[in-house]
Design a protein around this ligand. Sequence first.
Ligand SMILES: [Zn+2]
Length: 404
Amino acid sequence: MTGIRLRVALVLIGLAVTSAASDAETVVLKGGTLYASADAAALPDAVIVISDGVISAVGKSGEVSVPADARAIDCSGKTVVAGFWNSHVHFTEHVWHNTGAAPAAPLTQHMQEMLTRWGFTTVWDLGSDPSNTLPLRKRIAAGEVAGPTILLAGNIFPKGGHPVYVPSEVQLPEVATPEEATKWARDWLAMGEDGIKLFTGAFMGDKPVINMDPAIAKAAVDVAHAQGRPVFAHPQNKVGVETVIASDVDVLAHTTPSERAYTDDQLARCKAQGTALIPTLGLFTTVVLDPNVTNRLIAATVNQLKQFSDNGGTVLFGTDVGFTTQYDTTQEVQLMHRALSERQVLASLTTNPARFFKAPKKGKVEQGFDADLVVLDGDPLADVGNLAKVSTTIRAGHVIYQKP
Ligand SMILES: [Zn+2]
């Protein structure tokens, strides 16, 4: 007993020393044009001071006092925005296996390729093995691996709904009753997951989609909501979308390429319930080879995004990266821009997820906010593709990606 307590205490002290030492640095970003939020006016020649992982001052050059020992990052000619959220990723690639014990350098390197060089400082992992992802998140928090803040959602599938793209040897929690859904939702959250993801529709290849009974979905939603946790859903088809609405799921994790449009009734109910949408448009360019089919899927999903956004729904940026190996976000922001303004795309990466997921110190570049920042090579309001041209990514005051 004492031995265990002592070891826990030592680990805690170790973490405290690491973070105290590394947070002591003061960093100043100088000379860039700042968009403090997705709807803010441009502030040219901005100065942003970061101390102890927090934004301690923001203003125009000459109007902000900069500590003499601050490390300066020259942002001249560049644009500074809040750190990006990717609300749909997966840490399932082979490199993430055994992340508790794996050497840090390859993990940091892959994190860079997959996420940090695209500006991501917070991500929602919508399905992975928590025995890999929980230790990974711990090592990021301790500063051993340079990466984003990771939030996790535990998955629940309908009975018989093992999606064809998930290897058959992977054990999935399939539930047949509301009681089983309740138990799984409780177990996932007790394990340290931050939310739940339901397969309200599971893709079975040539066979019909398997949908989840709304009463089963509702049982899991009730557990999550009682603990203040969000629920995502993979809808797959129209019935899957209806189940999201009927069971008060919070986030549609994809648009629905098999449907041309959301119905007026679906839009009205999503609005009334405050449902959010992650479009994952680029994903649908990877699922079939025939370019004519791809064009049809994209037209349908862009249309859904436009309907959803015009209706006042919250849009959250997400790519399903980890499931897809398309890490570059250029295509996703360009496809989203067919339906949304540049500012709306920026909002989906910053202010929208911070508000939706109740992270009051994230999503904006303001005094007292977390020092999660992205320095872009060009102005994203002039060309939405500049959202993918990242020069520097900073999380909690630490540079986690620097363009070579
Ligand atoms: Zn996914």
